[in-house]
Design a binder for this molecule. Structure first.
Ligand code: 13P
Length: 258
């Protein structure tokens, strides 16, 4: 089912004490009823803080306040891959989501669409929901290549799956030129690409699957511009970087749906 989702990608930020404080603040503000029950909130801290995030994601009555996600996963199932974290490790901890194919991983770690596909496969095997990022650089956009590039990222990363599995995936459109730059896509630009992604998915998996797919926008989405972005027909929420590092801003974004 198509869900409204706000996910915070902390990236490589916060030492332990600051992470603890942010998680406490978030649980408290969400517990205080400041979040609409119609929105699925996801927090993706560095893996080192996963256990703490999972603890604080539930209140004293053991009710779930938010979901916890990882920022990456190994493409391998297990074994001699020093430094890596596997999908079954995430799942065995109770981690429900995992970001895959973020542009920073593609750029700094050379992650390819083929690796994205393998990571998604590992996650689906372990019932962890992949949040798969696609998006173009400024150069691609200026050259008018962005639709072709996004189509290719979606096809290569996600079209090897059976419909039964594809329906578990969340897509995030993150134009690289908008990430951490303060230069947000306009609501019209976001809507245009989101509608395009939905159309590409419809061609492969049909109307019903496309209609139920959640597509998040990411790239300088903040407490001020979230409402306008989320008001677009095909924008089902956001993947938030910088603005997820302050509880107040993140909660404002969560409450930005009409
Ligand atoms: P910013 O919100 O900091 O631009 O980052 C977006 C992002 O990359 C989320 O994954």
């Amino acid at each position: 089912m198509r869900k409204k989702i706000v996910a915070g990608n902390w990236k490589m930020n916060k030492v332990f004490q600051d992470a603890e404080e942010l998680l406490y603040d978030l649980s408290e503000q969400i517990e205080d009823g400041q979040k609409s029950s119609k929105v699925e909130v996801i927090v993706c801290p560095p893996c080192l803080y996963m256990e703490m995030a999972l603890d604080l994601s539930r209140n004293e009555e053991d009710e779930r306040l938010f979901g916890v996600g990882a920022q990456d996963v190994s493409e391998h199932a297990q074994g001699a891959y020093t430094g890596e974290i596997s999908a079954d490790m995430l799942s065995s901890m109770g981690v429900e989501y995992c970001i895959v194919g973020h542009s920073e991983r593609r750029k700094y770690f050379g992650e390819t669409d083929e690796q994205v596909a393998r990571k998604v496969e590992r996650l689906l095997e372990e019932d962890v929901t992949p949040i798969v990022c696609v998006g173009e650089s400024l150069e691609d956009r200026e050259a008018g290549r962005h639709f072709d590039l996004i189509r290719s990222q979606v096809e290569k990363g996600l079209f090897g799956f059976k419909q039964l599995d594809f329906v578990k995936i969340i897509i995030a459109y993150e134009p690289i030129w908008a990430i951490g730059t303060g230069k947000t896509a306009t609501p019209e630009q976001a809507q245009e690409v989101h509608a395009f992604i939905r159309k590409v998915v419809e061609e492969k998996y049909g109307k019903e699957v496309a209609r139920n797919l959640s597509i998040l926008y990411g790239g300088s989405c903040n407490a001020k511009n979230a409402a306008e972005l989320f008001a677009q027909d095909d924008v089902d929420g956001g993947l938030i970087g910088g603005a997820s590092l302050k509880a107040e801003d993140f909660v404002t974004i969560i409450n930005s749906f009409k």
